[in-house]
Design a protein around this ligand. Structure first.
Ligand code: ZN
Length: 385
């Protein structure tokens, strides 16, 4: 039987940066799982360049556990690595390579346990859900969730193996990305007061966003389990103006909010749009063709699994640990929970502090601990869950 070390070496060898294809890796996983008798479904993207894989081992029927992970990794562009990023390198009780922590280490452990599961009498199914394009906004997993939803499967719970150092992760914030386009009236700057400046509209919009943040900070929801305990708003990109002597005709921004589960993303989206509408109404008193257009690019729900839920207690019993956490980063877990109404927790080897970095690594003992956790899972699946 292949060890998780050997499987991880193979997985890291596929350079599945989000912008590139993951098909070779998916094909490798499919070959591995099919040989064990798993029923595999490949769900390609529209262009046929990437794919999700959903696989089932064991009996048909309700219950069972989903092991989920994304197969894409972030780029290495501009990073200085001491080892070849797409070759697994063992050094000082660590495995180095892109994706070792985020999150091919977990996928390697999942493939290892699949080999064991195939030899056992499972009473409940073991599912594998591997996605693409997670690192670019959790885009790829959506058709796989639609697929699972259509099959009518009712698993008992889902473990998303993001790197939590094998703590049981109960929450992450939601995230919504916007594109904001401000339209003014281009003119010689000597006419400035009489013409609507797109840049000035953009500044008014940024001020409005900051005022929403102030309001949230003063009286919004608060969750002390997060390092940043409130919903946050942020403008990250701002382009405007071409020359000092021209009133800017166009300004473009990108902004996001990251919301606590208790702050509705629908309400926040509406609030952002209302602020843009107010500024637009004011600008159009002067020039009816000016204003601000706000487009939601992508919205992902927050995760908030109760600490006393069955899924939480179950996964704690697998790891043998008692601590839970909420993570600062976004994951697909919120989508699994929301779209499939499926109790979902985060739990995987390695730490997020190593993810996305040059010289990304996962500790050997983290992989061993994850193997042990999944062996405990097999025992539970033999008994039925
Ligand atoms: Zn990840």
């Amino acid at each position: 039987m292949q060890t998780s070390h050997e499987l991880l070496a193979k997985l890291v060898g596929f350079p599945t940066v989000s912008r590139d294809s993951n098909l070779e890796l998916i094909d490798y996983i499919k070959t591995h799982l099919s040989a064990l008798g798993a029923e595999c479904h490949i769900l390609p993207n529209a262009e046929g360049t990437k794919a999700n894989l959903f696989a089932t081992l064991g009996p048909q029927g309700d219950g069972g556990v989903v092991l989920s992970g994304h197969t894409d990794v972030v780029p290495i562009d501009g990073q200085k690595w001491d080892t070849p990023p797409f070759t697994l390198t063992e050094r000082d009780q660590r495995f180095y390579g892109r994706g070792t922590a985020d999150m091919k280490g977990f996928i390697a452990c999942a493939l290892r346990i699949a080999t064991q599961a195939a030899e056992r009498e499972l009473q409940s199914p073991l599912y594998f859900a591997f996605s693409y394009d997670e690192e670019v906004g959790c885009l790829g997993v959506r058709p796989m969730l639609d697929f699972v939803s259509e099959t009518g499967l009712r698993p008992a719970l889902c473990i998303v193996g993001e790197p939590t150092s094998l703590e049981v992760g109960l929450g992450h914030k939601g995230k919504t990305d916007f594109r904001v386009v401000c339209t003014g009236r281009e003119a010689h700057s000597s006419f400035a007061p009489g013409k609507v400046s797109a840049l000035h509209l953009a500044c008014d919009f940024v001020a409005a966003i900051r005022a929403i943040q102030d309001e949230i900070n003063a009286k919004g929801a608060y969750d002390e389990e997060y390092d940043v305990p409130r919903t946050t708003l942020h403008v990250g990109v701002f382009h405007a103006g071409t020359a000092l002597n021209i009133v800017p005709g166009k300004a473009e921004m990108e902004m996001e909010f990251r919301n606590l589960h208790s702050d509705s993303s629908e309400d926040l989206i509406q609030r952002v749009q209302e602020e843009a509408a107010k500024i637009t109404a004011e600008a159009q008193k002067q020039d009816s063709e000016t204003g601000i257009e706000v487009t939601v690019e992508v919205t992902n729900p927050a995760l908030d699994t109760p600490a006393d839920s069955f899924a939480t207690e179950f996964v704690k019993s697998l790891t043998g640990g008692n601590s839970t956490c909420k993570v600062a980063y976004g994951t697909e877990a919120g989508l699994f929970a929301e779209r499939l109404n499926l109790p979902t927790v985060l739990c995987g080897p390695g730490s997020i502090t190593q993810a996305h970095q040059p010289n990304e690594w996962v500790a050997l003992d983290q992989l061993a601990h994850c193997d042990a956790m999944l062996e405990n899972l097999l025992v539970r699946l033999e008994a039925g869950i």
